[in-house]
Design a protein around this ligand. Sequence first.
Ligand code: ZN
Length: 148
Amino acid sequence: MIINTFARNLYIMKPSHIEHIGIAVKNLEESIKYYEEVLGLECYNIEEVKDQKVKTAFFKVGDTKIELLESTDPEGPIGKYVEKKGEGIHHIAFAVKDIDNQLKKAEEKGIRVIDKTSRSGAEGLSIGFLHPKSTFGVLTELCEDKNK
Ligand code: ZN
């Protein structure tokens, strides 16, 4: 039993929860209105992530957040995504521990990783992406709050 637990901790990500769902939108202000006025959620943070060429807006739903993403550059990842596929769910983010090790382990298992090591994302989280070609079509983000 001890060996099983040890192996599980080493090799399985076991995310604690869905940290957030990333949704690509054309217009942040307009979409915020929907989340606030129809769903009754409160936007508690708006933040630009220059690295990813996006402006983000955050809402809490239990332990999970909704992250709205508006591109600040048509050539950025969200700009290209919206151009090609339109607005909609862009990625799912799982909260994990020891993110750099998780990215390394995923790569060792043959998963195509977009980030070999974590980088900084919105809200001070360390983030890294797994490629949708390796995750059955879902762009998957791993994130860790290293300040916790
Ligand atoms: Zn995200």
